[in-house]
Design a protein around this ligand. Structure first.
Ligand code: FPP
Length: 240
């Protein structure tokens, strides 16, 4: 199955403890490590994490800087672990505004893990669903202009091939932590038929135990994809 997570509540977690928000993000990063490790045991083949949205640049400069420092540290410290654990890392989003040294680490990690066939870990960094759809539209328009494709060729299947998640299955389930029940520009094209789950738990308190419980609960959801038929095969993708 493909699981997407909107990791929310790092700031609230820290504020509740009278700590700087950066502490919440740091604790959140250690949750990322834990969840990535457990995914293969839970039948999760693809994990997509919303790490930084295109809107997050508008946060206070010191918070943006602390997040960038965290990403830099994650890329350096987890490099070998991800390679050796057979994780294939893919970055979603527009990398242009990200610091050059971080982008070069991202490219290095993607390259080093591209032939891994265990968990696919998508990290959405400077990502938003609308931005992705606009980037795809521009590329399709430019390919049409260069006569690479015809208007009649544009359909669901072709559009999918231009997305940051090209050749991947759509998410079966999106979990959002910290109580808010919204999508916040995450994977807008891909979540057409995804199940949604909202938990009150702040991301820094999110455990593998809670993930197992959520997957158990979602296993019983019926997925019809707009038809009246139960799709047994796909509803079983939640099987832990
Ligand atoms: C939302 O919490 C979280 C973020 C904007 C950052 C998510 C980043 C991490 C978990 C860090 C590590 C990630 C990787 C991939 C290494 P918030 O600050 O909006 O929380 P709030 O709504 O309580 O203020």
């Amino acid at each position: 199955m493909h699981l997407g997570i909107i990791m929310d509540g790092n700031g609230r977690w820290a504020v509740q403890r009278r700590l700087p928000r950066a502490f919440g993000h740091k604790r959140g990063a250690s949750r990322v490590t834990e969840i990535v490790k457990i995914c293969p045991d839970l039948n999760v083949k693809t994990l997509t994490l919303y790490a930084f949205s295109t809107e997050n640049w508008q946060r206070a400069a010191h918070e943006v800087a602390s997040l960038m420092k965290l990403f830099r540290g994650y890329l350096q410290n987890k490099f070998l672990e991800l390679v050796e654990n057979n994780v294939k890392v893919v970055f979603l989003g527009n990398s242009k505004p990200i610091d050059r040294d971080i982008v070069s680490q991202m490219k290095k990690l993607e390259k080093a893990t591209r032939n891994n066939d265990g968990l696919t870990l998508n990290i959405a960094l400077n990502y938003s669903g609308r931005d992705e759809i606009i980037r795809v539209s521009k590329k399709i328009a430019s390919d049409h202009k260069s006569e690479i494709l015809k208007i009649e060729d544009i359909n669901d299947n072709l559009f999918q091939k231009y997305l940051d998640t090209k050749n991947q299955t759509d998410p079966d389930l999106i979990i959002r932590t910290a109580g808010n029940q919204r999508i916040s520009n995450f994977l807008l094209w891909q979540i057409a038929y995804s199940e949604l789950y909202f938990t009150e738990t702040n991301w820094p308190d999110f455990t593998t135990k809670e993930l197992v419980q959520i997957l158990e609960e979602c296993k019983h959801r019926e997925r019809t994809y707009g038809t009246t038929d139960k799709n047994e095969k796909l509803s079983n993708s939640f099987e832990v």
